[in-house]
Design a protein around this ligand. Structure first.
Ligand SMILES: NC(=O)c1ccc[n+]([C@@H]2O[C@H](COP(=O)([O-])OP(=O)(O)OC[C@H]3O[C@@H](n4cnc5c(N)ncnc54)[C@H](O)[C@@H]3O)[C@@H](O)[C@H]2O)c1
Length: 334
């Protein structure tokens, strides 16, 4: 799908975090639609290291990139010598997706060093090369503020959300000081779709519930899940937002959601309809205090300044995702 009249052919494009979920989808988007673009993926790829919460320190997986024919640079954001490997290139566009994406990492030092410090380096690179900079912010910047979540009214409640909030502040200042630059932050809501599998326990509930159902088990949800709503956004619409952000009417940070919240129960029910099962639902007690019960992106500004127009309903997004959910069922995570 071509989203605007930018011709990315002959352009040099950096995708940090390109071995991860959103980054690898962007890499294939350019490869498939702009075969003469030069696409460079920078990612540390996963090691065996875990955080104290038991999750891997990074989720980049080579299997997300099988078939990708661009350049791969393996490097860590917090290592300046690794970032210097990118000096061999002069980029036109940077899509900065690499981050500790796990919202339940509470080691503030590592989250800030990884997500925030490296952003200065990449902004300086973008300034030097005159690149367009599109970076991943997050709905986590809003914490548990009531819906609709609106840019400019943030209240992060964990180190991850704060790190993205800090990136937004840096981007605002940098854009003010460098008015000729294009710098756009995208606050993704709950993204789902192909190439998220290797995020394991941090992947979306769409694939996790899908695999529970394929195991023959009733999907497990918190009690009252028909009243727990999120703004679930399909990966294709996230790619759309990234492409449209390259030609913004104005720099800034923009919400990337559908504007239409749906419940976790809806996901389970749509999956069961698609998979032709009738397993019911197993309800468990929600152990979290202060759990966010409702998110809904206010996308007024995203529509106006990016021309962003989410087109995939939850029903349609899950339907097209089903073959991939089936293919990955039982696939080892390592
Ligand atoms: N998926 C979502 O629902 C969602 C929602 C809001 C924001 N985001 C943001 O979007 C971006 C992409 O998210 P994703 O879902 O693709 O996550 P992901 O974890 O699949 O991708 C992040 C990638 O960054 C790489 N990475 C992590 N630390 C690194 C480091 N120190 N050096 C180099 N590479 C490193 C990982 O290996 C991984 O490939 C992230 O910045 C994330 O915070 C995602």
């Amino acid at each position: 799908m071509i989203y605007n009249d930018i011709n990315f052919n002959q352009k040099t494009i950096l995708i940090t975090g390109g071995a991860g979920f959103i980054g690898s989808n962007l890499a294939f988007y350019f490869q498939d639609n702009y075969p003469d673009a030069k696409v460079v993926v920078f990612d540390c790829f996963r090691s065996e290291s875990t955080f104290t919460n038991g999750n891997l320190q990074s989720f980049g997986h080579y299997k997300n990139l099988i078939g990708f024919t661009g350049d791969i640079v393996c490097g860590n954001l917090i290592n300046k010598a690794d970032l210097a490997l990118l000096d061999d290139y002069k980029f036109d566009y940077i899509f900065h997706q690499a981050a500790i994406s796990d919202t339940r990492v509470y080691d503030q030092e590592i989250v800030m060093k990884t997500n925030v410090n490296s952003f200065f380096d990449l902004l300086n690179k973008a300034k030097k090369d005159d690149d367009v900079m599109i970076y991943a912010s997050s709905a986590a910047t809003y914490g548990s503020l009531p819906s609709p979540q609106t840019v400019g009214k943030e209240h992060p409640e964990n180190p991850y959300g704060y790190s993205k909030y800090a990136m937004d502040q840096i981007a605002y200042r940098y854009a003010r000081e460098n008015p000729g630059m294009t710098i756009v932050g995208l606050k993704f809501f709950n993204v789902y779709g192909p190439r998220e599998y290797y995020k394991a326990r941090t992947s979306s509930m769409v694939i996790q519930l899908g695999h529970q159902i394929l195991d023959g088990k009733a999907p497990r949800l918190f009690e009252g899940s028909d009243q727990i709503l999120r703004d679930f956004i399909n990966i294709d619409d996230v790619v759309q937002a990234n492409i449209k952000a390259c030609n913004p009417k104005q720099n800034g940070t923009y919400n990337v959601g559908t504007g239409t919240p749906r419940s976790f129960q809806d996901i389970a029910d749509i999956l069961q309809a698609e998979l032709a099962t009738d397993l019911g639902t197993e309800y468990i007690v929600n152990p979290y205090d202060g759990y966010q019960m409702h998110t809904q992106a206010d996308i007024t500004m995203s529509r106006e300044y990016l021309d962003f127009d989410p087109i995939t309903s939850l029903e349609a997004g899950i339907k097209t995702y089903i073959p991939e959910i089936k293919r990955l069922h039982g696939e080892p995570l390592d």
